[in-house]
Design a protein around this ligand. Structure first.
Ligand SMILES: Cc1ncc(COP(=O)(O)O)c(C=O)c1O
Length: 395
C-alpha cells in the first residue's frame, strides 16, 4: 500500500479541516476538500523528533536554535539553489502574520498596495484590514492558463503610485509556477517604479511541474524583497505554526522586525521544523509523486464526469482551481448543491478577493479513495442539474 493511502483517523474533534467544516459550511458529515491542510501523516523523522522532545519533558520558553536556521538555509540551497545567510532569516508564527507585518513595515495608512487576484483571501485582509488601499492587478487567462498581466500592472502602478506588491509565488489558487519571463518582467517594473515586494513563497516546495525561482534571487531583487516560507504546507505541519522571512536587506529586515513584534516560538514546533528540513526530503518527493497522480486523476475524472467544468491543473500546490461558470449556476447555488447534495466542503471562489465567482478550489491532498468519493459526489450533484434541464434558481 502507498503510505499516502493511509487510514489514519482524520475526523478529530480539534481538526479545523474535518470537524470545523460542518460548522463553517453549515452541513452534516461533510467530506472536507477545503482548507490547505493535507490528510497525510508527516515525515517519520518529524514524529520521532517530536517524541524525543516530549520524552525530554521540557517545555520552557524557547529561543530559535542556530542549527534550525542553518537547516533552513541548507534546504533553500539544496532544493531551490538559493543561497541565503542564516542571519537573514527571521522566525514568525505564520506567513499571514508576516504578510500583515510587511504591510505595516513597508507602507503607511492610506497607501496603495497591489495584489493579483484571484488570490489567497488574507492578502486583501492584510491590506484593507490595516487601513491601506487595495489595488487589483487581476491575472489573465491565456491558452487555458493563468498569467500575470504586466501591462495592467504597469498602468496601475502609474495610476496609483503603489510602492508595495504582495506576490503569491507559486500562486494559490491558480497553481502557477511563474515563468522566468513573467518574473523578470515583474522585476523590471519593480525597478522602474520603486516597488518593494512581499513574496509569499509558502508553496515553493510543492512543485508538481517546472522550476520555482525565488523572486529575491533575480538580479537586484534581494534588496527590495522580503520572502516568506514555511515548513507548514510542505510537510503538513500547519497547526504547529512555524514560518520564516528571508530578508537580506538590512533596512527591510529592521522594518519587518519592528513591525512583527515579539514572536514566541514553541519548542515542539522548532523540533518538528528542524527535523523536517534536515530529514524530510525523501517523504516530500514521495508526497509530490502522490499529489501529481492525484492532480492528473482529478482532471481526468472531471473531464469525463463533469465536462463543462474548466479545470486548471496545478503546476504547484495541491489545490485544484475549477471554473464552474459554464454550468450556469450562481455562487449561492453551487454552494448549496455542494454542501446539501454532494455533502462536500470545498473553498468557494468568492473567498479569493475577486475573479473567483462561480469557481471552487478543491484540495487534492487526501488519499485517493476519498478524493474519488468527493469528486464523484460533486459530479453527481452538479451534473444532476444539467440532466434535469433545470436551473436551481427556478426550482
Ligand atoms: C499563499 C498562502 N499563504 C499563507 C498561508 C497560510 O500561512 P500560515 O498558516 O503560515 O499563516 C496559506 C495557507 O493556505 C497560503 O496558501
Amino acid at each position: 500500500m502507498n503510505r499516502f493511502d493511509n487510514t489514519i483517523e482524520l475526523r478529530r474533534p480539534d481538526s479545523l479541516k474535518w470537524s470545523g467544516a460542518d460548522v463553517l459550511f453549515k452541513g452534516e458529515d461533510l467530506l472536507p476538500l477545503w482548507v490547505a491542510d493535507m490528510d497525510f501523516e508527516p515525515p517519520a523523522p518529524v514524529l520521532e523528533a517530536l517524541h524525543r522532545r516530549v520524552d525530554a519533558g521540557l517545555f520552557t520558553y524557547a529561543v530559535i536554535p542556530p542549527s534550525l536556521l542553518e537547516a533552513v538555509a541548507a534546504w533553500l540551497d539544496n532544493r531551490l539553489k538559493w543561497r541565503v545567510e542564516p542571519r537573514d532569516l527571521l522566525y514568525a508564527s505564520g506567513v499571514v502574520t508576516l504578510l500583515k507585518a510587511a504591510v505595516r513595515a513597508y507602507s503607511q495608512p492610506g497607501d496603495s498596495i497591489v495584489v493579483q487576484p484571484p488570490v489567497y483571501g488574507p492578502f486583501a485582509e492584510a491590506v484593507t484590514g490595516q487601513g491601506r488601499e487595495l489595488v487589483l492587478n487581476p491575472l489573465k487567462i491565456e491558452q487555458g492558463q493563468y498569467r500575470m498581466d504586466l501591462d495592467d500592472l504597469e498602468a496601475k502602478l502609474k495610476l496609483t503610485g503603489a510602492k508595495l506588491l504582495l506576490l503569491c509565488s507559486p500562486h494559490n489558487p491558480a497553481g502557477r509556477v511563474w515563468s522566468a519571463e513573467e518574473l523578470s518582467g515583474l522585476a523590471e517594473l519593480c525597478r522602474i517604479y520603486g516597488v518593494t515586494v512581499a513574496s509569499d513563497e509558502i508553496h515553493a516546495d510543492l512543485i508538481l511541474k517546472g522550476v520555482h525561482t525565488p523572486f529575491a534571487s533575480l538580479p537586484g531583487m534581494a534588496e527590495r524583497t522580503a520572502t516568506f516560507i514555511a515548513p507548514s504546507k510542505t510537510f503538513n505541519l500547519a497547526g504547529l505554526h512555524t514560518s520564516f522571512a528571508v530578508v537580506p536587506d538590512e533596512g527591510l529586515k529592521k522594518a519587518l522586525i519592528d513591525a512583527l513584534g515579539h514572536q514566541d516560538p514553541n519548542p515542539l514546533s522548532l523540533a518538528a521544523a528542524e527535523a523536517a528540513y534536515r530529514e524530510g526530503e525523501e517523504w516530500l518527493e514521495a508526497c509530490l509523486a502522490y499529489l501529481r497522480a492525484n492532480a492528473a486523476f482529478a482532471a481526468g475524472y472531471l473531464a469525463e464526469r463533469l465536462p463543462e467544468a474548466i479545470v486548471y491543473v496545478p503546476e504547484a500546490t495541491y489545490l485544484l482551481w475549477v471554473d464552474l461558470r459554464p454550468l450556469g449556476l450562481s455562487q449561492a447555488d453551487i454552494g448549496r448543491l455542494l454542501v446539501q447534495e454532494a455533502r462536500v466542503a470545498v473553498s468557494g471562489g468568492s473567498a479569493f478577493v475577486s475573479e473567483g465567482e462561480g469557481r471552487v478550489r478543491i484540495n487534492l491532498a487526501t488519499r485517493r479513495a476519498l478524493l474519488e468519493e468527493g469528486l464523484s459526489r460533486i459530479a453527481k450533484a452538479l451534473g444532476a442539474v444539467r440532466t434535469n434541464g433545470e436551473h436551481p434558481a427556478q426550482q
